[in-house]
Design a protein around this ligand. Structure first.
Ligand code: GAL
Length: 711
């Protein structure tokens, strides 16, 4: 496996390795040593080339402080290596050993109510604690030095899903570090008081030592500036924690690749130092679990959404954990992939940017908090359908990898994403509105179902390859991005700016000019005169969440009695739509075309959706939030004019399609996400690399059937 230095972060970036990493996370410490040789042989027979080891085994590496023992893993790595299986090693900092938490209890996270975490699960140590960072450096150094010249160890994963269980801490150490961060950021307390709005509710401070970590409601809301900076601090602390480890690993062996496996995306600024420190990102994909948590339109669409969101941070990635079977922890369980579905889900990951994939996990555990989390092999040591599918997938990869590696995922419709400040700014002051991702999901789902290539992109990235850019209500739109999006429009792109965009500055202050701010107002030719809340279509009240979540103590009965339905409607083309969440009344310039108008109540006749031609392209302003019908209405109005077409016309339900492309080749993935066979027509002519057969026009896919057509 050869590594070249990584290119700058971009959604278009391919992986910097010359082979496809394929294998499993593996826990030899859970397996009787007499089974190890057969495990390695079976992995090799399946076509794997790599395992990931060690992320929860610090207690074995360092059974007592300063006493190291790597012998178990040395033997495991050697045995795997003998069968041609390389090792990705992990820094084990998600699970400090008991001696560490007992001797240094100050490293434990503390919750909002002052309760310190106890030893006995995972991610209980506070990554912003200087004492914990010292231990993290120590164990990383010891492991790195030990494996410095081991030819079987080819790369590293830092920690495990940082911030997934929890990202916040209210410990004394966190508070001290938070103050240090603020002193560094603002230099003077006056500057901080200005940024946080100290003259509101007498929240001004006399010096940095008076500042505490913000609580959600204590007794009511803190300033959004205070909350935003706490999350900026957490992201910086997480990046610093990882940076300590990366620095050591790079110094010890610069040939190693380094990545992190992301789970939840909380309090990590991937486009900041966190992402720049890595060779590429790893995204753990559990489609059934994510879908059940979010209820986001079925697990295939949810998997696609997650992968597309993740790709925006840094381009192609690996999947260090791809769901293989039934999954559970004591409090929940997930649906089980049906025959053929594990392979199809893995190919979905590849189709959307994975250049490496590990099925979670080789064998299931017989003890601990994940005993029913199935692996490739069953508890009784018998390889069954999941092993066969993993082997089939390995065959698929062998057939496509020469064409695949070096390509990026095509994207005609792009949604602005991957911006830490905007994600956090929303959360500091959500007012019951959907988050940018919740809103964007409607456009993504529409494109997914129609077979239109759609993804996410940061406005600082290369916009020249997309046709339409949708900005989903980014309140903290930065004026620095104006020039870039204006050039995109002038060169023929279509920009669609959602309501509330540009309504706050970097401090969460409301600017003193009309929204969406000077640059976007000029480009779109509109200013927002007034805005107001509307109920979701077919909902009665305004509160999306129980009011107590917002620190309000209004009895539910009073709420429903007092919240009357406030439906607003608007027309777009020849259809009338019911508005969701918000209306804005727009003041359009004379050169602006009004695409949609409010059609009832006092707003009747006022502009709701506008479009202005600028250069070769158009800047559209949307004075409301998306609904499913509005996403469809916008597509009708804008897509053909922007040259956006489905990859396959008349795509049948339950079929997903994406394209990976480079200058000299295109690979069209057509995947049946259902157990019923399906015939897909209007498929471009080419060779299905998975079967070696020519495809001309129509394609029959069996249950969970897949094709990768070179065309
Ligand atoms: C991931 C985690 C793994 C395992 C898996 C299944 O989030 O990284 O260690 O817990 O989920 O629950």
């Amino acid at each position: 496996m050869r590594r070249t230095p990584p290119a700058p972060l971009s959604v278009w970036r391919a992986l910097n390795l010359d082979d496809f990493l394929l294998g499993v996370p593996h826990y030899p410490e859970h397996v009787d040593e007499s089974d190890w040789a057969r495990d390695a042989q079976r992995m090799a027979a399946a076509g794997f080339n790599v395992v990931r080891l060690g992320e929860f085994a610090w207690h074995l590496f360092e059974p007592r402080e300063g006493v190291f023992d790597f012998s178990l893993f040395d033997r495991a790595i050697e045995g795997l290596g003998a069968e041609g299986i390389n090792t990705i090693f992990c820094t084990p900092t998600a699970t400090p050993p008991r001696w560490l938490t007992a001797t240094y209890p100050e490293v434990l996270r503390v919750d909002e109510n002052g309760r310190a975490a106890r030893h006995g699960s995972r991610q209980h140590a506070d990554t912003s604690s200087p004492v914990y960072r010292m231990h993290s450096r120590r164990i990383t150094e010891a492991l790195a030095e030990h494996y410095r010249d081991n030819p079987n160890v080819i790369g590293w994963q830092t920690d495990n899903e940082l911030n997934t269980t929890i990202s916040t801490s209210y410990s004394e150490a966190t508070e001290r570090e938070f103050r240090r961060y603020l002193a560094n950021r603002y230099e003077t307390i006056d500057a901080l008081n200005f940024a946080w709005g100290g003259n509101f509710w007498a929240t001004a401070y006399g010096h940095f030592d008076q500042i505490t970590v913000p609580r959600r409601a204590n007794p009511t809301f803190p300033s959004p500036g205070h909350v935003q900076d706490y999350h900026r601090f957490l992201a910086e602390a997480t990046a610093a924690f990882q940076h300590d480890q990366v620095e050591i690993l790079r110094r010890v062996n610069p040939d190693w690749f380094i990545f992190h496996n992301l789970g939840r995306l909380d309090d990590i600024d991937f486009r900041g130092q966190f992402g720049r420190d890595l060779d590429f990102m790893g995204f753990d994909i559990y489609p059934m679990l994510y879908d059940e948590m979010q209820r986001a339109g079925g697990h295939p669409a949810t998997q696609a959404l997650h992968l597309d969101i993740c790709r925006a941070y840094s381009g192609n990635f690996i999947v260090p954990e791809q769901a293989s079977g039934f999954g559970s922890q004591p409090g929940f369980s997930t649906m089980t992939p049906e025959p053929g579905e594990m392979r199809r889900m893995a190919l979905t990951s590849v189709a959307r940017g994975a250049d490496g994939l590990l099925f979670f996990r080789w064998r299931p555990a017989h003890f601990g908090a994940e005993i029913y989390w199935m692996g490739i092999i069953d508890h009784d040591d018998v390889p069954r359908r999941r092993y066969q599918e993993a082997m089939q997938f390995a065959g698929d990869i062998a057939r496509i990898k020469t064409d695949l590696l070096g390509t990026s995922v095509r994207m005609d419709v792009a949604i602005a994403g991957a911006d830490f400040d905007n994600q956090e700014a929303y959360r500091t002051y959500p007012i019951g509105m959907p988050s940018p991702i919740e809103d964007a999901m409607r456009l993504h789902r529409f494109c997914y179902a129609k077979g239109i290539s759609c993804g996410f992109i940061h406005p600082e990235d290369d916009l020249s390859r997309i046709k339409l850019l949708y900005i989903p209500h980014w309140v903290m739109w930065k004026p620095d991005w104006d020039e870039k999006v204006e050039a995109f429009v002038r060169n023929g792109g279509t920009l669609v700016v959602g309501a509330m965009t540009g309504t706050r500055d970097v401090n969460n202050h409301i600017p003193r000019v009309q929204a969406p701010g000077q640059g976007l107002s000029r480009l779109c030719g509109v200013r927002v005169e007034e805005f107001g809340r509307v109920a979701e279509p077919s909902a009665d009240g305004l509160f999306a969440l129980p009011p107590t979540e917002f620190g309000l103590h209004v009895p539910a009965t009073r709420l429903s009695a007092s919240s009357s339905s406030r439906r607003y409607r608007f027309t777009l083309g020849n259809r009338e739509h019911e508005a969701a969440h918000l209306y804005e009344l727009l003041e359009p310039d004379v050169d602006v075309e009004v695409l949609g108008r409010w059609s009832n109540r006092f707003t009747s006749g006022r502009a709701a959706i506008t479009s202005r031609k600028a250069g070769e392209g158009h800047a559209v302003y949307l004075g409301t939030y998306l609904t499913d019908s509005l996403a469809e209405g916008l597509a009708d109005q804008l897509f053909a004019r922007a040259g956006i077409e489905p990859l396959i016309l008349d795509l049948p339900p339950n079929v997903e399609v994406t394209m990976r492309e480079a200058e000299d080749r295109r690979l069209l993935f057509v995947l049946n996400t259902d157990e019923e066979p399906v015939e897909v027509s209007s498929v471009p002519a080419g060779t299905d690399l998975l079967t070696g057969k020519e495809v001309t026009g129509s394609l029959l896919l069996g249950p969970h059937g897949c094709a990768a057509i070179r065309c």
